[in-house]
Design a protein around this ligand. Structure first.
Ligand code: NAX
Length: 328
C-alpha cells in the first residue's frame, strides 16, 4: 500500500459529489492500493447535509478511505492536495444572463485558484466540473501561477461518453467497441462532437455509419443538447453520469490511456490546430506517466473548421467577460 494522497471534492454536499464520493472511496479512480484522505469543501450553509454524507462515507466501511474532513475553509480543503475535483459552482438561476453566471463563478474559481496556489502540492491535478467549466478552469489556473498550467483541466468526458453511447446505439454494437470520438471546444452547446476519426471494431465510424448527413446533423445536435434533455426529464442536471465521467477523466490522467486510444479533455490551448492560446479548449489527448499530449495531425475538414470557429468564439467571449469581472 502506498502513502495516502489528499483528494479534494468541492460542492461536496451536492448531487454530483454524492455519486462521485463512492467511486473515490471504493478505489475505482486511484486504485485499490492507493489509500485516500478526502477533503470535502462546501459552503457554510451546507455543513449540516455534508455531515450526513460524511456519516455515509464512514458507513461504507471501505479500507482505502482514511481521513474524511468536511470543511468550508479552502485552506483546510486544499492543503497538500494531489487531486482536486472542482464540482461546486453557482448554478444558473432563472432569468440569469451568461454574464451574471460567469461573474458569480469566476469569483469562486479565483478564490480556489489562490488556495490551490498556496496550499496544494505543485503537482496537483485539477479537474473543473462546475460550469462554465472551461472558463472556470482558465481562471483557476491564472490565480495559481506556481502550479503548471497543464495541471488545470475541464471536463468534457461526459460529452465524449454520450457521443460514444449514441454511436454504439446507431451501429448496434457494445459501447466499448466505439473509440476515439472527439469533443472539441467548450463544454456547452457550441461544442463540436466529431466522429470523423472514431473507430468501431477497427473500422472507420463514418464508413460504418454511411450517413454523413446524420453524423453532421442529428448526431452533433443530440450531443450538444443532451444535458438540456436530461434536465427537462429529470428536473435536475446530470449527476450520476457526470460523476462517472469525472472518475473516468481522473483515472485516465493518473493511469494513462490505452494504446491506440485517445480521450477528450479541456486543456489550456498550446495553439494546436490553430486554436488560440490561453483558452481552455477540449482536445483529443493521449496520456502517459500522468502527462497528457494533444493528438497531432488529425485532418480538420471545412465542416469541422466552421464548428471549431464557433466554439472558439464563445470561449474568447467568456474569457473577455471573465477578465472584465476580475480586472474591471
Ligand atoms: P448541486 O447544486 O447539487 O451542488 C453544488 C454544490 O456546490 C452545492 O452543495 C453548493 O453548496 C456547492 N457550492 C457552491 N459554491 C461553492 C463554493 N464556492 N465552494 C464550495 N462549494 C460550493 O450541483 P451539481 O448537480 O452537483 O452540479 C455541480 C456543477 O456541475 C454545476 O455547475 C453543473 O452545471 C456542473 N455540471 C458540469 C458537467 C460537465 O460535464 N462539465 C455536467 C454536469 C453538471 O451540469
Amino acid at each position: 500500500m502506498s502513502e495516502p494522497i489528499n483528494v479534494v471534492v468541492t460542492g461536496a454536499a451536492g448531487q454530483i459529489a454524492y455519486s462521485l464520493l463512492y467511486q473515490l472511496a471504493s478505489g475505482s479512480v486511484f486504485g485499490q492500493n492507493q489509500p485516500i484522505n478526502l477533503r470535502l469543501l462546501d459552503l457554510p450553509f451546507a455543513m449540516e447535509p455534508l455531515q450526513g454524507v460524511v456519516m455515509e462515507l464512514e458507513d461504507l466501511a471501505l479500507p482505502i478511505l482514511r481521513e474524511v474532513i468536511p470543511t468550508s475553509d479552502p485552506e483546510i480543503a486544499f492543503k497538500d492536495a494531489s487531486a482536486a475535483f472542482l464540482v461546486g459552482a453557482m448554478p444558473r438561476k432563472e432569468g440569469m444572463e451568461r454574464k451574471d453566471l460567469l461573474s458569480a463563478n469566476v469569483k469562486i474559481f479565483k478564490v480556489q485558484g489562490e488556495a490551490l496556489d498556496k496550499f496544494a502540492r505543485k503537482d496537483v491535478k485539477v479537474l473543473v466540473v462546475g460550469n462554465p467549466a472551461n472558463t472556470n478552469a482558465l481562471i483557476c489556473s491564472h490565480y495559481a501561477p506556481s502550479i503548471p498550467k497543464e495541471n488545470f483541466t475541464a471536463m468534457t468526458r461526459l460529452d465524449q461518453n454520450r457521443a460514444q453511447a449514441v454511436l454504439a446505439s446507431r451501429l448496434g454494437v457494445q459501447v466499448d467497441k466505439v473509440k476515439n470520438v472527439i469533443i472539441w471546444g467548450n463544454h456547452s452547446s457550441t461544442q463540436y462532437p466529431d466522429a470523423s476519426h472514431a473507430i468501431v471494431n477497427d473500422q472507420s465510424v463514418p464508413i460504418a455509419v454511411n450517413d454523413d448527413a446524420w453524423l453532421n446533423g442529428v448526431f452533433v445536435e443530440t450531443i450538444q443538447k443532451r444535458g438540456a434533455a436530461v434536465i427537462a426529464a429529470r428536473k435536475n442536471s446530470s449527476a450520476m453520469s457526470a460523476a462517472n465521467a469525472a472518475a473516468d477523466h481522473m483515472r485516465d490522467w493518473f493511469n494513462g490511456t490505452k494504446p491506440g486510444q485517445f480521450i477528450s479533455m479541456g486543456v489550456v490551448s498550446d495553439g494546436s490546430y490553430g486554436i488560440p492560446k490561453d483558452i481552455v479548449f477540449s482536445f483529443p489527448v493521449t496520456i502517459k506517466d500522468k502527462t497528457y499530449t494533444i493528438v497531432q495531425g488529425l485532418e480538420i475538414n471545412d465542416f469541422a473548421k466552421t464548428k471549431l470557429a464557433i466554439t472558439v468564439k464563445e470561449l474568447e467571449d467568456e474569457r473577455t467577460e471573465a477578465h472584465s469581472v476580475l480586472m474591471p
